[in-house]
Design a protein around this ligand. Structure first.
Ligand SMILES: Nc1nc2c(ncn2[C@@H]2O[C@H](COP(=O)(O)OP(=O)(O)OP(=O)(O)O)[C@@H](O)[C@H]2O)c(=O)[nH]1
Length: 347
């Protein structure tokens, strides 16, 4: 799961638990109190709401289905809001709890959808407050309380909307910044290829190399030949351009599924999943030929390039360190054999 996805899951978990468990607690306490104070049906109503809230929480813990949770909790709290408003609650104190409603809806649905849902429920609450003689309405609010409640709930709704909006904007900015930071931490700035950390993040654990449970993977360490001379003769900027050119050639020569990284200065690491050592040899030697054929122009001069590579495979090595060490050993052999060549155990 991505960092952002994980963050959302954590937020949903925290939100569902605090909403449902606190809701269950307060509804139970005030339900029992009302029941014992001579309002049995109202008290029972609150206790039933408490029980349903707990069930919704339990359902979310078991299924982790956020959409179902959102729908059920929104429906439940909308009913509770209208119930408190219509009944007035114990000694008309039901209104006090109504202020939590817009905040709950905004935190569950965000500012836009939240505003729509709260809007619908506020229209229904105006019907309850101002339409006379509705059979299901038993409150005894004075006109002054109705006006003041309408004004204050609209104010809380507007504040809730603005706060949720700024929270969402801050979240978006932080998600974007995190994505940029993650890419910077895992990519080489010059070539855009994965850096060491990026490669290790994708394939770094020895579990990725277990050949008994997954297909063979071949690893190649490729190194530009006599790169120091290019730097010394033409300057560091030209050296950088050559590195970019080679990185692009690697990208175009290899498959989508292959992972290419810059392992060190002028050294590249290539992972070839689902590839035997023999197949890997063919692929990497073709890359060698392509690079040997390409020429880089500096002014009127043409620079010829070449790479040497060493290969190893998960068929023979089951730890990351031994795999890279073996590829390095073959690279060393390729350099000693005169460079511009590819070496493996079987060749
Ligand atoms: N332009 C540029 N040069 C780099 C970069 N990183 C490392 N280098 C240079 O790469 C050169 C590597 O030199 P060596 O290790 O001697 O390797 P080589 O000249 O390619 O010789 P062989 O590998 O034996 O063929 C050094 O001069 C480093 O300064 C980089 O990011 N940009």
């Amino acid at each position: 799961m991505s960092g952002i996805g994980l963050e959302n899951t954590r937020r949903n978990d925290a939100l569902s638990s605090s909403l449902c468990l606190l809701g269950t607690f307060f509804l139970t306490v005030f339900g029992i109190k009302s029941y014992l104070s001579g309002l049995p049906s109202y008290g029972m109503g609150l206790i039933i709401f408490a029980f349903c809230t707990f069930l919704v929480w339990l359902q979310f813990q078991l299924t982790k289905n956020w959409l179902v949770f959102q729908a059920m909790i929104c429906l439940g709290f909308s009913f509770l809001y209208l119930f408190l408003l219509a009944s007035g609650g114990q000694e008309n104190t039901g209104l006090l709890w109504c202020y939590a409603y817009p905040l709950i809806v905004f935190s569950l649905f965000g500012s836009r959808l939240g505003a729509l849902l709260v809007g619908v429920v506020l229209i229904l609450s105006c019907v309850i407050l101002y339409v006379p003689d509705l059979s299901f309405v038993s409150h005894g609010y004075t006109d002054d309380i109705k006006y003041r409640f309408t004004g204050s709930i609209l104010f809380v709704t507007a504040m809730g909307y603005m706060m949720e909006n700024s929270r969402m904007q801050a979240q978006r900015k932080s998600d974007e910044a995190n994505a940029v930071l993650k890419s910077m931490a895992h990519r080489d700035e010059l070539t855009g290829l994965f850096n060491r950390r990026g490669i290790k993040e994708c394939h770094g654990s020895d579990a990725h190399l277990d050949c008994s449970s997954q297909p063979e993977m071949t690893v190649a360490v490729c190194d530009l030949d006599h790169f120091k001379k290019i730097n010394d003769q033409y300057g560091h900027d030209v050296g950088d351009e050559v590195l970019k050119l080679v990185a692009n050639k690697l990208k175009t020569c290899l498959r989508e599924s292959d992972l290419i990284g810059r392992w060190g200065g002028e050294e590249f690491l290539i992972l070839l999943p689902k590839t035997t050592l023999k197949e890997g040899y063919v692929l990497i030697d073709r890359v060698r030929q392509v690079i040997a054929e390409c020429e880089y122009k500096v002014g009127d001069e043409l620079i010829t390039l070449s790479i040497s590579s060493g290969l190893s495979s998960t068929r023979y090595y089951d730890s990351w360190d031994s795999l890279i060490k073996a590829a390095d050993k073959h690279l060393y052999r390729a350099k000693n054999q005169g460079r511009n060549c590819t070496c493996t155990t079987e060749h």
